[in-house]
Structure formats: structure tokens, C-alpha cells
Design a protein around this ligand. Structure first.
Ligand code: SAH
Length: 219
């Protein structure tokens, strides 16, 4: 659980790199500077923790690339105290960044092991994140509506339940598409049943699976 000067210096370099790549939000850059990404990775990957790359975190899943985490966080435009639903806890790193931005995060993960591991680390770091094991397509109706929803896996389509669980004025950020790359979309709920969609570049995510997919594979 160490965060040494070396780690902190590497993080400052990463922040500069993300700035050069186009991240503008000071709040997001500060959050990246604050969260010890290496604690969300396997010890054998520690020396790569502050490179701008995705890495394996077990169960065939990855911790998102820092640029992608920063980009999605910037699109979400978090205000302190916002409630945020995240689909795909994975390592917990994106949740920790949202917490550092002042959000109250509710994060769902379909892999029990990943969910449990992320929960322990997020608690140790004092992050305002509640972890749930379950199917992200369904969202969390019991805690809805949310100010923001972020999907961190490739969605084949926009899940209606997630739109329903947004507050009016709320924002959903979601990579949509089934192939190798997805289009990053930002969907604003402008009124009940009225949405405004913007598109932002191509990204590459692991698939958002349906519960039927994992029932069949017995995961
Ligand atoms: N936000 C993560 C990125 C994890 S990759 C991080 O910062 O590390 C995407 C995650 O979405 C994977 O862990 C995968 O298991 C999970 N996932 C895929 N389909 C899902 C679903 N239907 N419900 C919940 N989680 C899902």
C-alpha cells in the first residue's frame, strides 16, 4: 500500500502526457495526480502503472488506459456531490478517479472476484464508492436516479434501463459498438423521454456482456 515519491513523480509525468494528449479539465488532471493507479494493478505490472496503456487485471479484463479514464471523466463533467453509476468496476481505478472528483459512486461489476478486490482497495483508500456485484444492463433501480452514468465496457446498444435511471439534466457517457472499436457517446437527458446525443472519436473496450452470455459460459 505504498505510494512513494517515485510513484508520485511518475504520476506527475503521466498528468503532463494526458495534458499534451488533449485533457483540459484541471479537476480531472488533479484527480489523476491524486489516485495511486499502481495500487489497482497486479504487482507484476507495477512498473507500467504510469504508462498510458491498458493492462490485464485478471479474468480476461483490463484496467482502462489513463487517457480513456480521463477522457470519460471529462465528458461526464462531474460536480461535487453528484451521484454516479458506473458499469464495469474492473480494477476500481475509474471509480477512484470519480470519487477524487467529489462524486458518490455506485459501481457494478459482473465478475465477483474483481468486484471484491476493487471493493477492498477502494475502502482502504477511503473512496466514496459502493461496489455491487451484478448485471450492469439493469443498472441499480433502488439507488436511481443518478446525476451521471458511465459505462466502461463496449455496449452493443444503449441500455434503456440506464437512460431511465438518469435524472433530467443528467449525462450518460458510453462507448457504443460491437466491433474492434466503439464510438464514445455523450447522451444528455434534456427532458423526460428526450435525449441529446453527441459523438466523440473511437475507443477500444472489452465487451459489455449480457447476463445470458455469462450464464451460458458459467462464469
Ligand atoms: N472501469 C474499469 C475498467 C474495467 S474493463 C477500470 O477502471 O479498471 C470493463 C469491466 O466491465 C470488466 O471488468 C468487465 O467484467 C465488466 N463488465 C462487462 N459486462 C458487464 C456487465 N453486463 N455488467 C457489469 N460489468 C460488466
Amino acid at each position: 500500500m505504498e505510494d512513494t515519491f517515485k510513484h508520485q513523480a511518475l504520476r506527475k509525468n503521466l498528468v503532463q502526457e494526458l495534458k499534451q494528449k488533449g485533457i483540459k479539465s484541471i479537476a480531472v488532471l488533479q484527480a489523476i495526480d491524486k489516485v495511486p493507479r499502481h495500487l489497482f494493478m497486479d504487482s507484476s505490472f507495477l512498473k507500467f502503472a504510469y504508462q498510458d496503456n491498458a493492462f490485464q487485471i485478471g479474468e480476461g479484463q483490463t484496467i482502462s488506459q489513463p487517457f480513456t479514464v480521463a477522457y470519460q471523466s471529462e465528458l461526464l463533467n462531474i460536480r461535487k456531490g453528484d451521484t454516479v453509476l458506473e458499469i464495469g468496476t474492473g480494477s476500481g481505478y475509474q471509480s477512484a478517479v470519480l470519487s477524487a472528483l467529489g462524486a458518490k459512486v455506485f459501481s457494478i461489476e459482473r465478475h465477483k472476484k474483481l468486484s471484491d478486490t476493487a471493493k477492498v482497495m477502494l475502502e482502504k483508500l477511503g473512496c466514496t464508492v459502493k461496489c455491487f456485484y451484478g448485471d450492469g444492463y439493469k443498472g441499480l433501480p433502488a439507488f436511481a436516479p443518478f446525476d451521471r452514468v458511465i459505462v466502461t465496457a463496449a455496449a452493443p446498444y444503449i441500455p434503456q434501463d440506464l437512460l431511465k435511471q438518469l435524472k433530467t439534466g443528467g449525462i450518460l457517457v458510453i462507448p457504443e459498438g460491437e466491433g474492434k472499436t466503439q464510438i464514445m457517446k455523450r447522451i444528455k437527458k434534456v427532458a423526460e423521454n428526450e435525449y441529446k446525443t453527441e459523438e466523440f472519436g473511437n475507443f477500444s473496450f472489452v465487451p459489455m456482456l449480457k447476463s445470458t452470455d455469462w450464464d451460458n459460459k458459467n462464469i
